[in-house]
Ligand binder design. Structure first.
Ligand code: AMP
Length: 625
């Protein structure tokens, strides 16, 4: 074990004191942050074009520069990627391009966003109704790297104060880099997390603020195939079992996937440890084999016996508490379990036994937004304190459209986003907002598309509760009804109680939804993968309950007047969502930043096909009969 003491980590108390100072003066810090961004970039084409003429005050900035979506900024970003070295968006050069994988339809506005790993070339088709892959470019530069590390350092200081990692050790991290390529203009393009992990300063920075990963770099970067990488992460985690002090994945479903995989492959892992040799069937990539084989040798039958005994015992408990059983010195499990990841909280807690589950910070490829500075708070109530010096933030007040007005498109919009944005310190507790950011990497008044609710304040900076993607994103919508991915989650949680009441070990492993208008009138379809068998009468009741749980006035009245047909529940065979994941990975999505869409768009025909192919039972609601 490395002998690192908690106090040796980048002086937590100083970091916390600095965060307190920044947040006590959040309004001033925001003005100063905007001034720095605009001063530094006064001569860039985008700002010149909007007539800012070097002015840096918030009022002029808002009066001159319009709110922008990615579509508005894309032509500028593409020019940079293609090699335009003039100051297009930033005065200092943009050094890299972050990639998102986008399934997009062109007749409609909504995109399902996923980061791209470039495993395969993506073809962009222009007709609607087909699944289309497109690389979405975002600027990345050294400033973004430094500011991301600033947020990580802040949340680590609070985390380490709550759960000190005394004596150092390692982190079991299920992280995956994407492949990178060079754009026409010679910039490196990869996922944002890959830029982070590959940055020269990353290792030094994390040495100061967190524990080193059990796996060698090859496991993170080399794997052509994510399953090989995952197997090696598990193996390395077991080899360093006594040293593991925290368990991490960027998004919660990757942790669930890791432990589900452990359930299946633990005997093979033990075999490899016992013989000091890596399974030729599981891991074929030469560089990966070399790196992990070096760690595996020599044979270690004692460790293999111990791991096998603990896995066999965990298996008898349905794998409850397998994390502390295998990694007894782990202090906490750390991952994104808010928003669309909240569904996995239950399963992660099941694996984590009594270990605290700490919600990971809130950010995006565009830039970080907030740090979790209250790590003891359970993920269901977790909030993110906006870090006021990392970007200039505005918030568009959102009012739910209650059916009066806008006709429903394929995309739907549950929120009225017409109101004027307010500044960081002007938000109101309890209200919903869409996040808008102006960054050091060339995004000006950029609509992130996420919906947040202000839960309170940390000094004078707001604490945000993540609500959903979807101010300008996916919703279920047929005519005057509108339901967000949060509404779908609440409906699923409510209906799943019927399952749990019958059989406590039966649960919804994963879910998604779709507004089917292929016949008139249209109807909602909810897809469920279950952990076991359920009786048809129970599933029928779940189906009825799902229908009832969509309480949006437009939906209820449409159901009563039969302009929306009964909700359909399709129960999928086990492993169906793995197939959906693999469908996305094959198209080029990144394993590290993958998020299942909770509402599948009509144009996303590939995913709908995978879901439909795996349906084993179908029920129609009788709730409004
Ligand atoms: P990406 O650019 O792939 O990192 O995805 C960024 C998006 O992931 C954000 O815009 C959010 O929608 C979602 N996200 C990031 N962090 C969190 C979080 N802590 N809780 C919930 N959703 C998050």
């Amino acid at each position: 074990m490395s002998g690192k003491k908690a106090s040796e980590f980048s002086n937590e108390e100083e970091v916390i004191a600095e965060f307190d100072r920044l947040t006590r003066n959040a309004a001033t810090v925001q003005r100063e942050t905007l001034r720095r961004i605009l001063d530094e970039n006064a001569a860039v084409e985008y700002l010149q074009r909007h007539g800012l003429a070097g002015r840096t005050d918030p009022d002029t900035f808002r009066a001159c520069v319009p709110l922008a979506t990615h579509d508005d900024l894309e032509p500028y970003i593409v020019r940079v990627a293609d090699g335009d070295t003039s100051p297009v968006l930033t005065a200092k050069p943009i050094t890299s391009i972050s990639l998102r994988f986008v399934l997009i339809r062109h007749r409609f506005q909504y995109c399902v966003l996923l980061l791209l790993s470039l495993a395969l070339p993506i073809h962009v088709h222009r007709s609607s109704g087909t699944t289309q892959g497109k690389r979405k470019y975002l600027p990345f530069n050294d400033e973004l790297f430094k500011l991301t590390m600033h947020v990580y350092r802040t949340s680590f200081a609070f985390r380490n104060r709550a759960f000190p990692v005394e004596g150092g050790g390692k982190a079991l991290q299920f992280v995956y880099g994407s492949r990178q390529f060079t754009t026409k203009g010679g910039l490196t393009a990869a996922t944002a997390t890959t830029h982070l992990y590959r940055n020269e300063g990353y290792k030094a920075a994390v040495r100061d603020i967190q524990l080193p990963c059990c796996s060698p770099d090859e496991v993170v970067f080399v794997a052509a195939d994510f399953a090989q990488s995952l197997y090696c992460h598990l193996l390395c985690g077991l080899l360093f079992a006594g040293e593991v002090r925290s368990v991490f994945a960027m998004f919660g479903h990757n942790l669930v996937l890791a432990f589900q995989t452990l359930e299946r492959v633990w005997e093979e892992l033990c075999h490899d440890i016992r013989h000091g040799a890596l399974s030729p069937a599981r891991v074929t990539e030469p560089a990966l084999r070399r790196a992990v084989s070096a760690l595996l040798a020599p044979p270690n039958p004692a460790l293999a016996d111990e791991v096998a005994r603990r896995c066999a015992e965990a298996g008898l408990r349905d794998w409850r508490g397998v994390v502390p059983a295998l990694w007894p010195n782990a202090r906490y499990v750390h991952t994104i379990v808010t928003g669309s990841m909240e569904h996995y909280v239950r399963k992660i807690r099941h694996y984590a036994g009594g270990l605290p589950l700490v919600a990971m910070d809130y950010g995006a490829s565009e830039g970080m937004v907030g740090a979790n500075v209250e790590p003891e708070v359970p993920p269901e109530s977790a909030t993110f304190a906006v870090v006021p010096d990392i970007a200039y933030f505005e918030f568009i007040p959102l009012k739910t459209n209650d059916g009066g007005g806008a006709a429903c498109t394929d995309t739907g919009t549950s929120y009225n986003t017409e109101a004027d944005p307010v500044g960081l310190t002007k938000v109101t507790v309890g209200e919903h907002y869409e996040v808008v950011m102006t960054t050091f990497a060339g995004l000006y008044r950029y609509r992130l598309g996420d919906v947040v609710k202000v839960a309170g304040f940390y000094n004078s900076t707001p604490k945000l509760k993540f609500v959903s993607r979807g101010a300008i994103g996916p919703t279920l919508c047929i005519n005057v009804d509108k339901n967000t991915e949060l509404d779908v989650k609440l409906a699923v949680d409510g209906a799943a109680e019927i399952l749990a009441a019958r059989n406590t070990s039966l649960e919804v492993v994963d879910y998604t939804s779709h507004a089917d208008v292929s016949s008139d009138p249209g109807h909602y379809v909810v897809f469920w993968e279950l952990s076991g068998e359920a009786d048809d009468d129970v599933l029928q009741r779940c189906c009825d309950e799902l229908d009832r749980r969509f309480v949006d006035a437009g939906y209820v009245s449409s159901r009563k007047t039969r302009v929306i047909r009964p909700l359909e529940l399709r129960v999928l065979r086990r492993g169906a969502f793995q197939k959906v994941l693999h469908h996305y990975l094959a198209l080029g999505a990144s394993a590290n930043q993958f998020k299942f869409p909770r509402c599948v768009a009509r144009s996303n025909s590939g995913v709908l096909q995978v879901l439909s192919d795996n349906a084993v039972k179908i029920f129609f609601s009788t709730a409004y009969d």
